[in-house]
Design a protein around this ligand. Structure first.
Ligand SMILES: O=C(O)C[C@H]1C=CC(=O)O1
Length: 96
């Protein structure tokens, strides 16, 4: 199942720089692990903001919840999820 996930990061301004850097490093490692595993299919920066638009490819809603809630930045993000299905006019073979 494909989901569009929009993540907006809102770190507290009072968070120490070293703590923020440590969380971001863990987030990067986990995000790259999920991309290599094929679970996090697309990761795009929303230009001009500390936000991304992502496409996740997971078994079901429960797996999406598990993966997203395990993100180190999860406590500091606003997340919006939209379920996707194949568009009848799509010419791509790999988007279902
Ligand atoms: O930077 C972000 O958009 C937040 C998050 C998503 C992947 C990652 O490495 O950090």
């Amino acid at each position: 199942m494909l989901f569009q996930v929009e993540m907006t990061v809102k770190l507290p301004p009072e968070m120490p720089t070293e703590q923020a850097a440590e969380i971001k490093a863990r987030e990067r490692a986990y995000a790259q692990e999920l991309q290599h595993a094929g679970k996090w299919r697309h990761l795009w920066r929303v230009a001009g903001s500390y936000a991304n638009v992502s496409i996740f490819d997971v078994e079901d809603n429960a797996e999406l919840q598990e993966l997203v809630s395990s993100l180190p930045l999860f406590p500091y993000m606003e997340i919006r999820v939209k379920p996707l299905c194949r568009h009848p006019s799509s010419v791509r073979d790999d988007d279902s």
